[in-house]
Structures are given as structure tokens and as C-alpha cells.
Design a protein around this ligand. Structure first.
Ligand code: TYM
Length: 339
């Protein structure tokens, strides 16, 4: 892992004096290294610099996950994963979206300032229409409105996310502008904060690493599974013979070496000169990923052995931010002429 876990710099001058951080993650399966490199390590870094609120978005997950037991289990697993990777309930707030249901009311109110056309052109909506054509539910269309409500219910202005969330973030900003334009300056316009790996490609080397594509390297899988996932990675497709020089800059295995270990330049040089082959480079990467996550993996297993402890942290998190959510809703009711 690069030692620099800091986020990309932002233009602090245009931010509120003490910006609040918010981000959300779906409990839709095992977390993968794309989640960590693209977002979670920034969640961890930012909890020391700002007031940070992190949310496991179970309402969002309902647009694709319909089994109650699966959703419950994955929600707790995601909480344990985030804690194991370094979120500290003393330094940030971690909660489950449905435990602060004010967000659904705000999302409804936001639908009344959001033209349907904005939602229909959202890339993820178009993708989901293709990937789950038998289940194009209304939640998929309004998904970004709920995401905007997530962020601004807490008046957060910085959002650590991967690049894949760019369109959602832009829509959040448009919704905030539409609301502020109609009812007066109420919410800050949220902006994304990226790591130095804003898009992590999957094991196919072609598409972004994603649970739904099935091209992931799972953080908390058994070492054998991680080894298998890494050994199955697509490398530089032009390197056919072992003696062919490699092109590390286009090889996803080599690119990932930048984040695991501190000698990626040497690894790249070995590839370029054909001193090392793709298999060696993959074996080394697998070993490093396994070592990198060995401690978090132990913590994860400990946390999962104490589900009541994890649930307590989540319940306290939701309670802690209740006053912020209530204050925002009171202000919104006043501005919109409700109650
Ligand atoms: P989700 O659950 O798909 O992903 C969680 C976080 O991981 C990042 N990420 C990646 N980053 C780089 N490379 C990848 N291959 C990669 N895959 C995932 C995502 O960008 C994200 O930061 N819609 C959101 C959840 C959400 C949310 C929010 C986020 C709901 N409300 C409010 C921010 C603020 C999502 O589905 O993320």
C-alpha cells in the first residue's frame, strides 16, 4: 500500500469552515480491493481531519437485493469490514441508512425538485435496465435522489468516493441547486474526494472491479481464494512469450503493485526487461495482498464473532446523528411550507 493514504487536495477556500464528510457503501456482497483503494482508505484518513459520517446503505441495496436474511447478514458484514479496515466509532459515526429514516422523507421532498429526465439519463440506471431487465423497479430510477438526501441530510460537503460515483455526485449537486434555487440557500453543494486510485479495474483488466460483474479480489476471502482470483487476472495481452518485454503501465497486475509494497518500480522494471514473467508478478501480488489484509482479516473475524457488539456500534451511530437529521428536517419543513 502506498504510504500516502491522504485524499486528493480540494479547494478549501470554497468549502465551509468545518466541512462535514459523508459517504455510503452498499451491503451488496463482500468488499473488494476496489472499494478499499478507491474509497474506504479515504474514509479512514478523513475521520481524523473532519467530522465524518459513514453509512451502510441498505435502502439502496433493496433495489437489487430482495432476500431479507441476506440483506441483514450483509449489512452486519459490511459494518464489521469497515471497522476492521480502520473506521473507529470514537472518531467517526458509522450507521445503517434505514436506522435514520428521515432520509426517505427528504428523498421524497427532493423528488419534487428533480426532473424525471435527469434520472433517466443516469448511467447506472441505464446499466441496471440492461443487467436486471426483469426488475426495473422505481427505486432504481430514484436511487440518485436518495443518495443526494443521504449526503445533505447531514449537510455534508465532502464525499469520499470512487470515480464511478461521479454522475451520482453531479446529480446530487444539481438537486441541491434546484432545491436552493426554489426555497433559498439551505444545503451546501457536495463534492467528491478521490484517492490516487479512483478507478480500480477488475481481474478481467477491462471493466471496473465490481461485485455485480464478478471480477473482484475480495479483501476478507480465504488466502486460497485471493490467490485464485489474482492468478486468474488478465495481464498485458501483447506479452505472449515469457521472453517478450512487458508493458507494466497497461498491465493491471503491475498497476496494483503500486498499492501493495513499496518497490513497484522494481517490479515494473522486471516486467519491462522480461526478467520476471506474469506468473511471478501475480504470485508476488497475491502474497502481498494477503499479507496486507492479514490483520484486518483477523479483526474482521473477531468482530463477526460478536454480532451484538457490531449492532451496538451501529445503533449508537444512528442515535448520535439524530439531532442533525431532525434539525435539517425542521428547517426543510419550514422552508417548504410543511407543518
Ligand atoms: P458502492 O457500494 O458501489 O461502492 C462503495 C465505494 O467504493 C467505490 N468503488 C470503487 N472505487 C474505485 N474502483 C472501483 N472498482 C470501485 N468499486 C467501488 C465507490 O465509488 C464507492 O465510493 N451509490 C453508492 C453508495 C451510496 C453513496 C451515498 C456514496 C449511497 N449513498 C452517498 C456516497 C454518498 C454505491 O453504490 O457505492
Amino acid at each position: 500500500m502506498t504510504t500516502d493514504r491522504s485524499p486528493a487536495p480540494t479547494a478549501a477556500s470554497t468549502l465551509p469552515a468545518n466541512p462535514r464528510i459523508f459517504s455510503g457503501i452498499q451491503p451488496s456482497g463482500a468488499p473488494h480491493i476496489g472499494n478499499d483503494l478507491g474509497a474506504i482508505r479515504n474514509y479512514v484518513a478523513l475521520q481524523d481531519r473532519y467530522e465524518a459520517i459513514y453509512c451502510i446503505v441498505d435502502y439502496h441495496a433493496l433495489t437489487s437485493t430482495h432476500d431479507p436474511d441476506v440483506l441483514r447478514t450483509r449489512t452486519r458484514e459490511m459494518a464489521a469490514a469497515l471497522l476492521a479496515l480502520g473506521l473507529d466509532p470514537e472518531r467517526c459515526t458509522l450507521f445503517v441508512q434505514s436506522h435514520r429514516p428521515e432520509v426517505t422523507e427528504l428523498a421524497w421532498l427532493f423528488t419534487t425538485v428533480t426532473p424525471v429526465a435527469w434520472l433517466q439519463r443516469t448511467p447506472t440506471y441505464k446499466e441496471k435496465r440492461q443487467s436486471q431487465p426483469e426488475d426495473v423497479n422505481h427505486g432504481l430510477l430514484t436511487y440518485p435522489v436518495l443518495q443526494a438526501a443521504d449526503i445533505v441530510l447531514y449537510k455534508a460537503s465532502l464525499v469520499p468516493v470512487g470515480k464511478d460515483q461521479a454522475a451520482h455526485l453531479e446529480l446530487s449537486r444539481e438537486i441541491v441547486r434546484a432545491f436552493n434555487g426554489r426555497y433559498g440557500e439551505t444545503f451546501p453543494e457536495p463534492r467528491a474526494v478521490h484517492t490516487d486510485a479512483p478507478v480500480v479495474l477488475g481481474t478481467d483488466g477491462a471493466r471496473k472491479m465490481s461485485k455485480s460483474v464478478g471480477n473482484t479480489i475480495e479483501i476478507f476471502a480465504e488466502p486460497d481464494v485471493i490467490r485464485r482470483q489474482v492468478m486468474g487476472m488478465v495481464t498485458d495481452t501483447q506479452r505472449i512469450l515469457r521472453s517478450d518485454p512487458g508493458r507494466p503501465e497497461v498491465c493491471n497486475v503491475c498497476r496494483l503493485h503500486r498499492f501493495f509494497g513499496d518497490d513497484y518500480e522494481e517490479v515494473w522494471e522486471g516486467e519491462r526487461t522480461a526478467r520476471t514473467g506474469c506468473v511471478d508478478t501475480k504470485k508476488l501480488l497475491a502474497a502481498r495482498i494477503i499479507a496486507h489484509y492479514a490483520e484486518p482479516r483477523e479483526r474482521y473475524l473477531e468482530l463477526m464473532a460478536d454480532p451484538a457488539g457490531v449492532d451496538r456500534i451501529l445503533a449508537e451511530g444512528a442515535e448520535r446523528i439524530r439531532p442533525i437529521a431532525r434539525a435539517t428536517m425542521d428547517e426543510v419543513h419550514e422552508r417548504m411550507g410543511l407543518r
